[in-house]
Design a protein around this ligand. Structure first.
Ligand code: EPU
Length: 429
């Protein structure tokens, strides 16, 4: 398993970092290619393990896929479609469940492995299943698989009114895709409002569906017949979480001056507000964002919430910034029940953080110390890299396969602005 060794340094970061395309937009959009035949092209796709897993899944389903980052083409169906997502692929990436809606809508049947729990929480998919049932599906669970069948033994789904008990990102996306091929109108209530959902709706409209209201909590969809949607050619939005991670990387050192290129600024607003409150200077330069740190960081409280609240995917990185701030901050995680796995690792680096249920009380310290630490999920891994940037000595972040799921060329990008990250192949796990 690879590790990354970060050499801590007091020298500030200077230069430019370009943001890649958004992983969490690319994944559902790749699954949306299942809604039509013909050749769809997706541009600005990051080179990441999750993209390769999705490509493998689409190939398993019978599509011709070529990945040549930053371009992915999904071609015609080879032979017959096998509407099935096996455990081997789903266990590598929970987002594989995003083929469920498109498959059952298009082919009247789908067999998709249940993803199971993961490091950050139980993460059930009951809301996805409840919505499909409302659209006329029969759902059965058999030996770890969800088996969904359209009305009357594989017929077209029916438009329906669906209320989500909580805003769910992939749940909203799955049902949006299913509704694009359902008979009549579907209304989704209490939807997630993340920018990646707006991006998916844009694609569905390009394909010929009628989606209205994405980005608000009520979405209306007028579905089409199963053979009516067209393939698409689209460049995806920048990755707001990757951009946010680099903003915090720069904010870790006093004296840093970094331009994060191509960050879509409106999508980052909840994070920018908190960074400004912490004393970081942020200046918009066209589509770029300049981040300068000229003074010590102030302690700021943060509570994660569905968009447009503070993103849970930025919680670990922000907590690390607070671990070096002046004073005490309270970080509350409301989305996932187990998303503080980075905290015990930060303790090993000298962080003073107390956990009370879903709240972390963070007392800023002057010095963090390099140590061997282990990443347990994608964003936790990123946060440990950020801690390593300013720690005294070397930090070895182990099991960086998590990081490789979501950060394209992180060593190259951070080293270009003055950091020192070295990948060690086949390090100890
Ligand atoms: N939930 C349920 N039932 C459901 C669906 C969700 O109880 O049927 C709960 C979850 O357990 C969680 C909450 O609802 O407590 C919100 O979960 P959501 O469904 O929104 O999460 P997700 O769709 O599985 C996506 C991102 C995550 C990101 C979350 C929250 C993708 C591929 N994944 O996950 O991204 O943290 O939304 O914003 O879009 C990451 O990129 O590191 C990552 C984990």
């Amino acid at each position: 398993m690879d590790a990354i060794v970060v050499k801590g340094s007091p020298t500030p970061l200077q230069g430019r970092i370009r943001v890649s395309g958004a992983k969490n937009a690319a994944l559902p959009i790749l699954c949306a290619t299942l809604l039509s035949d013909g050749n769809s092209v997706l541009r600005n796709v990051p080179k990441l393990r999750d993209i390769d897993t999705t490509a493998a899944l689409l190939r398993f389903l019978g599509r011709d896929v070529s990945v040549d980052a930053p371009m992915v083409s999904v071609g015609e169906t080879r032979g017959t479609v096998r509407p099935e997502a096996p455990y081997e692929l789903v266990k590598q990436m929970r987002a594989s469940v995003l083929v469920l809606g498109p498959l059952v809508a298009r082919y009247g049947r789908a067999k998709v492995s249940l993803p199971g729990g993961c490091a950050i929480g139980a993460r059930p998919i009951d809301q996805h299943l409840k919505a499909l049932e409302a659209m006329g599906c029969t759902i059965r669970l058999e030996r770890g698989y969800v088996i969904a069948e359209g009305p009357n033994n594989g017929g077209q789904l029916q438009g329906a009114e669906v209320y989500f008990d909580m805003p769910t990102v992939t749940g909203t996306e799955n049902i949006l895709m299913a509704a694009a091929l359902a008979k009549g109108r579907t209304t989704l209530l209490n939807c997630a409002r993340e920018p990646e959902i707006v991006e998916l709706a844009r694609i569905l409209n390009k394909m010929g569906a009628e989606v209205d209201g994405a980005g608000t909590d009520v979405i209306h969809i007028k579905g089409r017949a199963r053979d009516e949607l067209a393939p698409f050619d689209h460049a995806i939005i920048p990755d707001r979480i990757e951009a946010g991670t680099y903003l915090i990387a720069a904010a870790m050192h006093e004296g840093s001056d970094v331009v994060v290129e191509g960050a879509d600024l409106s999508d980052l607003e909840p994070l920018l507000v908190k960074l400004r409150a912490a004393g970081v200077t942020l200046t918009t330069e066209g589509h770029d964002l300049r981040v300068q740190r000229t003074r010590p960081i102030k302690a700021v409280n943060v509570t994660t919430a569905p968009h447009p609240g503070f993103p849970t995917d930025m919680q670990a990185q922000f907590l690390v910034l607070m671990a070096r701030a002046r004073g005490e901050s309270v970080i509350t995680e409301t989305i996932f029940e187990n998303r503080f796995m980075h905290v015990p690792e930060l303790h090993r680096m000298g962080g003073e953080i107390a956990l009370r249920g879903n709240t972390a009380l963070v007392r800023g310290v002057d010095t963090l110390y390099g140590a061997s630490v282990m990443a347990t999920d994608l964003r936790a891994s990123a946060s440990l890299i950020l801690a390593g940037l300013v720690a005294e000595g070397e930090t070895e972040v182990r099991r960086v396969y998590h990081l490789d799921r979501g950060y394209e060329k992180i060593e190259e990008k951070l080293n270009a602005v003055g950091a020192s990250l070295t990948r060690v192949r086949n390090a100890e796990g």
